[in-house]
Design a protein around this ligand. Structure first.
Ligand code: FAD
Length: 480
């Protein structure tokens, strides 16, 4: 049956996965409907994720850099923080980008339907719009409904002093004492922002290191730096209770005897905080879209399993981005979105196309930044893969020293036999920018000689990748 609107392709959710898929499909001549429940396009990433967090991190970096130049003989006064103006600036960036997306959708004649969509059958979605229900029938569908902040059950979430990343990015006020539950990327990025703005930060993490997915040597420089700046970092520690009191949120901890508390003393005593940021991961929205009505399988975590072509178990319905599995990153979502659109529009021609990324880089935009891609040392060990590693410490990089930030390091992980790059990890300022060269190297099958014979400009941080390759080859002749 035809719906109120009929589309060749309907895309459910307008985040980086969804809008990329919709635009690509329209460019390939398809009649596309994009369903989105938020008032603006761009999804989590543009509205309450990647972009606003990076805007605030930029300001945080300016503040801490200004504090630290005192060591080079240049002292600035304490910054005056106008929080309304800062919030306004951040909002203006989101505004520019989301307006841009609306324009791009219009140009391509992508029809945007505002409202919450749910499947009613394998070929129909019903959208709850501000003026009633609308049905959209389709030949193909791309589900790009993303994820939401996860919660540990049992805490008093109706208290506005407990926030998630969306609440933290609203920047309503600067709390005096703030606890971040979860020492992953999102928690630590928000910690970086609020620390620079003047909050006293504590971080509590269940595992034995911050950012548990990354190699321990990459985390060390970050840990060392924030340990000096923050009030406390509790590892191997769990929050068991939060009581909403008038004077603040009273938190009870439970920690392992080796290394939970401040000095490895077990769990700390209960503490009272002004604000708590819950940053314990993201939950895919697989259970919120009526998937069962279309016969789409959803796994126990709420992800929608897909094959190499990004097809769900229902062959004309695809899923991409956060809802389709880890890593939950914007650049993975957009690459998948583009491919799904091309596979649908390409028909026979794209029969053997597949999502086949050799590596998807991860970046924590903390200070220092941490970036990694491909195989990690931990994974190599676990999988019994014979690797060699080459580490270039930034303490001998002229550029890092000239920037007064020599705590970083660049590590290449290579195949012992072929000498090809298998993975890389970088910690230091701008690590997120520097990692791309190693991803290209991996995608192109570069070996250490390829990288070591490529002339890099001097003096740059990008040279550290080349120096690491020279270390691997035993051909290094000059440092600094
Ligand atoms: P989303 O961006 O989640 O978009 C899904 C869209 O679908 C949403 O707009 C939602 O409203 C809509 N939707 C859902 N259900 C329905 C429905 N039933 N009907 C209609 N619409 C619906 N990633 C990075 O790569 N780099 C970063 O620096 C980074 N920083 C981040 C910082 C924070 C604080 C957070 C929370 C995330 C960050 N991420 C980052 C992750 C990134 O935001 C996600 O990986 C990315 O947004 C996923 O894109 P997506 O298209 O899959 O889904």
């Amino acid at each position: 049956p035809q719906g109120d609107i009929h589309a060749d392709i309907v895309v459910l959710g307008a985040g980086p996965g969804g809008y990329t898929a919709a635009f690509r499909a329209a460019d390939l001549g398809k009649n596309v409907v994009l369903i989105e429940r938020y008032s603006t396009l761009g999804g989590v990433c543009l509205n309450v994720g990647c972009i606003p967090s990076k805007a605030l991190l930029h300001v945080a970096k300016v503040i801490t850099d200004a504090e630290e130049t005192a060591q080079q003989g240049i002292a600035f006064a304490k910054p005056g923080i106008e929080i309304d103006k800062l919030r306004g600036w951040k909002e203006s960036i989101i505004g520019k980008l989301t307006k841009g997306l609306t324009g791009l959708a219009k140009q391509r004649k992508v029809k945007v339907v505002r409202g919450t969509g749910r499947f009613t059958s394998p070929n129909m979605i019903e959208v709850e719009t501000s003026d009633g229900k609308k049905t959209v029938s389709f030949e193909h569908c791309i589900i790009a409904a993303g994820s939401a902040a996860a919660r540990i059950p049992g805490f008093p979430y109706d208290d506005p002093r407990i926030i998630d990343s969306t609440g933290a990015l609203k920047l309503e006020s600067i709390p005096k004492r703030m606890l971040i539950i979860g020492g992953g990327i999102i928690g630590l990025e928000m910690a970086t922002v609020y620390d620079a703005l003047g909050s006293r930060i504590s971080v509590v993490e269940l595992m034995d290191q911050l950012i548990p997915g990354a190699d321990a040597d990459l985390i060390r420089p970050l840990h060392k730096r924030i340990q000096k700046r923050y009030e406390a970092i509790y590892l191997k520690t769990k929050v068991t209770r939060i009581e909403a009191l008038q004077e603040g949120l009273r938190v009870t901890f439970e920690g392992s005897s080796e290394g939970g508390g401040p000095e490895g003393t077990g769990a700390p005593e209960p503490q009272v905080y002004d604000r708590i940021l819950m940053a314990v991961g993201r939950r895919p929205n697989g259970r919120e879209i009526g998937a069962e009505k279309a016969g789409i399988a959803v796994n126990e975590r709420g992800f929608i399993p897909v094959d190499k072509q990004l097809r769900t178990n229902v062959s004309h319905i695809f899923a991409i981005g956060d809802i389709a599995g880890e890593p939950m990153l914007a650049h993975k979502a957009s690459h998948e979105g583009k491919l799904a659109a091309e596979i649908i529009a390409g028909g026979e021609k794209m029969k053997s196309a597949a999502f086949d990324a050799r590596a998807i880089p991860s970046v924590a935009y903390t200070d220092p930044e941490i970036a990694w891609m491909g195989l990690t040392e931990t994974e190599a060990k676990k999988q019994g893969i014979e690797i060699e590693k080459a580490v270039f410490p930034w303490a001998v990089s002229g550029r890092a020293l000239a920037m007064a930030r020599d705590e970083g390091m660049t590590k290449l992980i290579l195949d012992k036999k072929t000498r090809r790059i298998l993975g890389a990890g970088i910690v230091g300022i701008n690590a997120g920018e520097l990692i791309s060269e190693t991803v290209l190297g991996l995608e192109m099958g570069a070996d250490m000689e390829d990288i070591g014979l490529t002339i890099h400009p001097h003096p740059t941080l990008s040279e550290t990748v080349f120096f690491a390759a020279e270390i691997a080859e035993g051909t290094i002749t000059d440092l600094y």
